[in-house]
Ligand binder design. Structure first.
Ligand SMILES: [Zn+2]
Length: 261
């Protein structure tokens, strides 16, 4: 374990890194854009939560983003998982094993998180849509960043009381479809919502900007993704923190209207 941690630090000093982009979208709510997926840090004093954690290869960027806010990784109160795809849970195993951080997810997502189930697009499926956007460079990046790594995380199910006591007082909003237990997290005081891959604002396979759904090949149940959007559209939030692409500002109902109707 200690070697794993040192390896992260070593990579951080290797000079190969691109620094993550960090923006404080609301007081103490920090949105971090990694090279190909995003994570959120919600701070309260010396403690914080993470929502997702990028690809496995983003580990040093994740540490850098935490330290840039004056925080210590070992003070992570929890890591909330939107879904267990490798571009979102890349450092979950490390935080669980090295810092004892609780890794919280929907009950239906726990087998995926543990590697007992798999719900991901295959390389041939991606190649079949290779004419779209920057699909091929993205695929190379995804594989090199650890996108094919098998999950091995023992997560715990979130529950409302547990979440309410965490920094930001997050509320779990089940948004199944992308994966069986996909969850969005509402930060009620900040009126911000981390939507994971239930709704995004860009992706290399899309080639266009703006609030949108990922290509259906990425979804476990595409129809259910649309049903989940209706639940999101009713929430009182004024900024989307997506799993891919930049933040989107505006009332959630208005931002999602073109996708829901
Ligand atoms: Zn993703």
């Amino acid at each position: 374990m200690i070697f794993e941690h040192l390896a992260l630090l070593g990579r951080r000093r290797s000079g190969l890194r691109e620094s993550p982009s960090i923006s404080e979208v609301r007081e103490d709510v920090f949105f971090v854009e990694g090279p190909a997926s995003n994570w959120t840090i919600v701070r309260e004093g010396n403690e914080f939560i993470l929502i997702d954690s990028g690809y496995p290869a983003d580990g040093f960027r994740l540490m850098e983003s935490i330290r840039a806010l004056g925080l210590q990784p070992r003070r992570a109160a929890a890591m909330l998982i939107t879904h267990a795809h490798s571009d979102h849970v890349g450092s979950a195993s490390h935080f669980s094993r090295f810092f004892g951080t609780p890794i919280l997810a929907a009950p239906a997502e726990l087998p995926h998180l543990a590697g007992e189930e798999q719900h991901r697009v295959t390389v041939p499926q991606v190649l079949a849509s290779a004419g779209r956007g920057a699909t091929l460079p993205w695929l190379v990046h995804a594989v090199r960043a650890g996108g094919l790594k098998k999950n091995d995380v023992q997560g715990r199910p979130w529950d409302p009381e547990l979440l309410a006591a965490l920094p930001g007082g997050p509320v779990a909003v089940p948004t199944p479809g992308h994966t069986p237990g996909h969850t969005s997290y509402l930060l009620p005081r900040a009126r911000a919502i981390a939507t994971g891959d239930a709704v995004v604002t860009g992706h290399p396979t899309s080639g266009r900007a703006g609030v949108q759904l990922l290509h259906p090949m990425f979804h476990h149940e595409p129809e259910l993704v649309r049903t989940s959007l209706s639940a999101l559209a009713e929430l009182n939030a004024t900024v989307i923190l997506p799993g891919h692409g930049p933040t989107a500002e505006g009332p959630l109902s208005a931002l999602l209207a073109p996708l829901v109707s």
